[in-house]
Design a protein around this ligand. Structure first.
Ligand code: NAI
Ligand code: 15L
Length: 274
């Protein structure tokens, strides 16, 4: 596949989308922006819902690849998750198929596998303790379930229609980690851009699932499938560890709030209004 140049960024108004709008042009991409929330400072952005098939068709027309971030990014009601994340991702892939787009990078989540306990041991964990990428889905919320669906949808569109996808089980992509759990799953925005660039340019990915994090000393999962795409993370959350640990202490592997990869999504899925 020739290196993509024009890339549709859905969810461009969100937290990750805003970071990627500033970072990805540095890799040579021309971004086409799509979000249901208006982007006041981006007059060319397409303001539309993923349910709007005509708007999606316009959005995908002529792009070389898609980074699909749009959707509800926390737990919500099943009905809202169904519409935005499950039906919305289906509409996105149908638009890609109709327009002949060959590569999608799908923002999956650690919450697709959130019910796996985090691996025990002293950090850094040896390679054979890290959570492999091929563990079964164990969604911790309706939100996580929608990400499991998205990964399966991506697999089907590869097998049936030849559309390649890299499904990125993002950990926590924020400027800084703000909890002890995030020390293990943090992905700096700069590493996020490195990872998306690798996912857009690697050859012959078929459908590849990867974890998305920085090279954290406390990492819980196996980054080898991401590194195999050419991803070379540069950041490590360890510089934030002393302060967070002094304030909150190590995670308690017997506390249901803390013992799973998905953290509090597992035990207290509050229903955020969206
Ligand atoms: P966010 O909530 O800040 O942004 C999501 C964007 O999607 C918003 O701008 C929203 O307006 C848009 N959106 C929601 N429903 C839509 C619809 N029906 N049609 C069009 N646009 C719609 O989320 P964030 O943090 O930027 O995450 C981006 C993606 O990455 C999400 O899919 C999220 O599930 C995933 N992710 C993010 C993680 C993180 O650490 N930020 C961790 C794991 C996954
Ligand atoms: C996610 O999937 C969410 O979108 C993000 O807001 C964080 O909560 C992240 O997971 C996390 O697990 O920290």
């Amino acid at each position: 596949m020739p290196a993509p140049r024009t890339v549709l960024l859905t969810g461009a108004a969100g937290g990750v989308g805003t970071q990627m709008r500033s970072l990805l042009p540095g890799y040579g991409y021309e971004l086409r922006l799509f979000d249901v929330a208006p982007l006041e400072d981006e007059p060319a952005a397409i303001t539309a819902d993923l349910a709007d098939r005509a708007a999606l068709r316009r959005a995908v027309d002529g792009v070389d690849a898609i980074i699909h971030l749009a959707g509800i990014s926390l737990e919500s009601t099943f009905e809202k998750i169904l519409k935005a994340n499950i039906e919305g991702t289906y509409h996105l892939y149908e638009a890609a198929r109709e327009a002949g787009v060959r590569r999608v990078v799908f923002a999956s989540s650690n919450h697709a596998v959130g019910y796996h306990p985090f691996p025990p041991g002293d950090y850094p964990l040896p390679a054979d303790r890290l959570l492999p990428v091929d563990v079964p889905h164990r969604p911790d919320t309706y939100y996580g379930l929608s990400k499991s669906f998205g990964e399966d949808l991506a697999q089907m569109y590869w097998d049936k229609h030849g559309i390649e996808t890299v499904s990125v089980r993002i950990g926590s992509c924020f400027p800084e980690p703000t909890s002890v759990r995030m020390l293990s799953i943090w992905m700096s925005p700069a590493d996020g851009a490195r990872l998306f660039h690798a996912a857009l340019t690697a050859e012959d990915v078929g459908h590849t699932v990867i974890y998305g994090s920085s090279a954290n000393t406390r990492v819980w999962w196996d980054l080898s499938s991401a590194r195999a795409l050419g991803y070379e993370p540069q950041d490590d959350s360890e510089r934030f560890a002393a302060d967070l640990l002094a304030e909150r202490g190590e995670l308690d592997p017997t506390n249901p709030d803390e013992m799973y990869l998905g953290g509090q999504f597992v035990t207290k899925p509050p229903i955020w209004p969206h």
